[in-house]
Write a protein that binds this ligand. Structure first.
Ligand SMILES: *[C@@H]1O[C@H](CO)[C@@H](O)[C@H](O)[C@H]1NC(C)=O
Ligand SMILES: *[C@@H]1O[C@H](CO)[C@@H](O)[C@H](O)[C@H]1NC(C)=O
Length: 207
């Protein structure tokens, strides 16, 4: 039962529907100095975040768990504009000194069809701060050389969760795979992780 409910919650996160009466608000604190880290024990064909984009024009200032981001990144992943990108987010929780998988898994077979959708939870935390959305919208992550330009924004964010208590240290692991028009996977894929500490704020009811 709990499993079904967890899946349902994950789905509602994907489509951005809030229909449950009670939820908790969480604040995120970023644990990593480097914000993004590599996935451990991957084959050579699995690239890290730098295999997706050149981040040399991104600036990040962090102090007291607050992260402020500005600047640009430029895509470098060698795939084609017509490729389909499948994205998977897996959440691990740090328990008894190891990363334990949780039931949170969000997978979308067609990332580019929803990347710029205003209802997605990453819209307010990231896409909204991309100043050249019109230029990059149809290129998604597919066209090397595409530059995402950002206004300065705070990565400190609060969000609501209906799952009860998710407090504590978590690792969000992102995997991107590209498929050509014959549905053959491209030789390289992308994997990177982000370590986040969830701190519970007050409980809040909603209509
Ligand atoms: C990243 O971009 C910078 C500036 O555009 C360039 O000098 C640098 O060589 C690039 N790095 C890689 C690894 O391509
Ligand atoms: C980001 O790109 C814009 C447009 O190419 C450029 O004017 C700006 O200097 C870049 N920002 C950084 C931090 O490199």
């Amino acid at each position: 039962m709990w499993f079904n409910r967890a899946k349902l919650v994950v789905l509602t996160v994907i489509v951005g529907i809030l229909s449950v009466t009670k939820s908790y608000r969480y604040k995120t604190e970023y644990e990593d100095e480097d914000l993004f880290s590599d996935c451990p024990n991957q084959p050579e064909s699995v690239l890290n975040l730098h295999g997706l984009a050149n981040l040399s024009e991104i600036t990040r200032v962090s102090h007291h768990n607050l992260v402020q981001v500005s600047g640009n990144f430029t895509l470098v992943w060698d795939i084609q504009k017509t490729d389909r990108i499948e994205a998977t987010l897996d959440v691990f929780k740090y328990e008894r000194r190891e990363w334990v998988p949780t039931l949170y898994r969000i997978q979308t077979p067609h990332l580019c069809s929803i990347l710029f959708d205003k209802n997605q939870y990453w819209y307010p935390m990231w896409i909204q701060h991309v100043t050249n959305i019109e230029e990059v919208k149809d290129k998604c992550f597919n066209v090397p050389g595409t530059k995402y330009i950002h206004e300065t924004f705070d990565m400190h964010l609060e969000f609501e969760n209906k799952m009860g208590n998710i407090e504590g240290q978590h690792k969000l692991q992102f995997v991107l795979k590209a498929f050509d028009q014959l549905n053959r996977m491209r030789p390289t894929s992308i994997c990177f992780a982000m370590i986040i500490n969830y701190v519970r704020l007050s409980q809040k009811s909603r209509k």
